[in-house]
Design a protein around this ligand. Structure first.
Ligand code: FAD
Length: 550
């Protein structure tokens, strides 16, 4: 960057703050000013639900950095309570309103970075502005929610929206002793997950007395003598002392739109891989921009802190003439509810179906997060989605108590390196009994998928089960079968299979299932090598039990 180039940044949290700090590390002489509409910069959005839940008790801990620190350590000027209201691209200036004094003024720029983030969606529903109906984005929002709960001695909460923030809020309100009901319009929680994986999360919430209303939407809010009533589309009236709206976010792209910058179909700012907008002097990063999905190539808005931070850094690199670009977003995400961790990376099966991709397959495994003989082993329910033709990994989702995010992080990196299920099969991962198994869950998923990709194990699809003409055999032990089984399944325990082959048809396909998919794979190998046409119901009864498709 040339001497005393002036870079202005709109928005001082994840993307804006990381861009500013990186700029300074690359250019000691640049003039860098960050404009932030709110009272704080560089605070921990992601910690807000835990502040509401009193897990984080000291509000000051949410402040990652202050304007004073930016000044002293980075020689960066931060102006809080300063809203950028207009961009004059012809003059290369922005117009700023000082929210304290009301004064408006202009500032010239050589480079401008837009990092205004995304705002919570507040649909125009009757009563949405009633006291007691909150959204959560800022520290003052979380403070208001805490104060309201205290003042009203809140006992019942409705959380509208069952996404990541909705779930975190439900858990935290429940920690505070409130009876919580989640209302979610989709027929599953966590819409980015596939339904059979999300079902495990629903079960955990219900076990912790959180009500979950799926396939229903909040429609209106009414004041009652005792608090609020939340009316839903299905005609329910849910009493509540507090309502949290967690209905998703919309990119704050109005400033860019008014300045004539290109926007994408989802309303986010359109940028290239160097985070440059349609104006060569303006960059944009974070929740406000549209990015390409790394796997599918689709444009979309993925409001996550990791991409926002990395994009801020990339924009700074670009402004300073450094190389490197954004590779696309994989939507790698994690969330915890009542001790259960769920994580995902890459494409879901639902997404692939929606965009019309075919030629992919999915396997399920349920290995322990550590060696079974070591106390405390807990299953990780892992789904791996891959391209059938060459084994290229497309996505993965996992749910479990322990070690879930580590496995998804490994697979995330494999996706970024355009890896295949054969790479997962071969991945060399940490192992000692308290941490994992010599065949790590990632290896196991890779092996299960590689067996399919090599043609050693044909897969039967769970959602074809109701209509199949195949004979279903369950190779678990009789006691397991007696506990519960899929309707119509014939029980032939694996250890008896070789002796009972004469009971099986050669003119009809055979679908095999067991508890977790391993014994059925062994059975399938026997059957196929003996001339039967067999397929595996991947993941076994555990996947069946959580699958709502069936
Ligand atoms: P932001 O961090 O939102 O910063 C944008 C800033 O710009 C805002 O402070 C805003 O006031 C300011 N601004 C906007 N317009 C103007 C203007 N015209 N003038 C001046 N200033 C302006 N992500 C995860 O990956 N993991 C999590 O666990 C997670 N948890 C979350 C929990 C909550 C409650 C919330 C709200 C978000 C969470 N996120 C999480 C999302 C994550 O916080 C965002 O993806 C990330 O902060 C986006 O960074 P950004 O810089 O684009 O926008």
């Amino acid at each position: 960057m040339s001497d005393s180039k002036r870079v202005l940044i709109v928005g001082g949290v994840a993307g804006g703050a990381s861009c500013a700090a990186r700029l300074r590390r690359l250019d000691e002489s640049a003039g860098i000013v960050v404009f932030e509409r709110g009272p704080y910069v560089s605070f921990a959005h992601c910690g807000l639900p835990y502040y509401v839940g009193d897990v984080i008790r000291d509000e000051a801990k949410l402040l990652v950095a202050t304007p004073e620190l930016f000044r002293a350590r980075f020689n960066i000027e931060v102006r809080t309570q300063s809203e950028v209201v207009r961009i004059d691209r012809t003059e290369g200036e922005i117009e700023v309103r000082d929210l304290g004094s009301g004064r408006a003024y202009r500032e010239p720029y050589d480079a401008l970075v837009l990092a205004p983030g995304a705002a919570p969606i507040r649909p125009p529903l009757p009563g949405i502005d009633l006291p007691g109906v909150f959204t959560l984005r800022t520290i003052p929002d979380s403070r208001r929610i805490r104060d309201w709960m205290l003042e009203k001695q809140a006992r019942r909460a409705v959380v509208a929206g069952g996404g990541f923030i909705g779930l975190e809020m439900a858990e935290n309100l429940s920690h505070r002793g409130l009876l919580v009901t989640i209302v979610e319009m989709a027929d599953q929680l966590l819409p980015p997950l596939d339904p059979e994986m999300a079902e495990l999360v629903r079960q955990r919430l219900v076990a912790h007395r959180v009500g979950v209303e799926l396939g229903d939407a909040v429609a209106a809010f009414e004041q009652t003598g005792e608090g609020l009533a939340v009316r839903t589309g299905n005609g329910r009236a849910l009493p509540a002392d507090i309502v949290i709206l967690a209905l998703g976010v919309r990119p704050e792209s109005e400033l860019a739109r008014a300045a004539g910058l290109d926007l994408g179909a989802c309303g986010g700012i359109r940028v290239d891989e160097r985070m440059r907008t349609s104006d060569p002097r303006i960059w944009a990063v974070g929740d406000a921009v549209e990015t390409r999905d790394f796997v599918t190539g689709e444009w979309g808005i993925v409001p996550l802190a990791g991409p926002a931070n990395r994009q801020g850094r990339i924009a700074a690199n670009a402004i300073c003439g450094r190389s490197g670009g954004f590779r696309g977003v994989q939507a790698t995400a994690v969330c915890g509810v009542f001790g259960l961790t769920l994580a995902m990376t890459g494409a879901s099966e639902k997404t692939l179906r929606r965009i019309g991709w075919t030629g992919y397959q999915a396997v399920y495994v349920h290995p322990g997060h550590r060696a079974g003989y070591y106390p405390g082993a807990q299953p990780i329910h892992l789904k791996l989605i891959f391209r059938a033709s060459d084994g290229r990994i497309l996505g993965a989702q996992a749910v479990g108590e322990e070690g879930v995010e580590r496995r998804i992080d490994v697979i995330s990196m494999a996706i970024q390196k355009q890896g295949t299920v054969f790479d997962l099969e071969e991945a060399e991962l940490c192992y000692a009994p308290q941490y994992g198994t010599a065949k790590d869950p990632v290896n196991m998923a890779g092996m299960a998928a590689a067996n399919v990709a090599r043609g050693d194990a044909g897969l039967a699809r769970w959602d074809d089960l109701p209509d199949t003409g195949a004979l279903l055999i369950d190779v678990r032990d009789p006691a397991e079968y007696a506990r519960d089984h899929i309707d119509g399944a014939l029980n032939i325990p694996l250890d008896q299979l070789r002796d009972r082959l004469n009971e099986l048809p050669r003119d009809r396909e055979i679908w095999v299932n067991c508890a977790a998919g391993q014994r059925s794979y062994f059975a399938l190998r026997i059957l196929n090598q003996r001339g039967f046409r067999a397929r595996n119901l991947s993941g076994g009864y555990q996947t069946y039990a959580s699958s709502k498709i069936i």
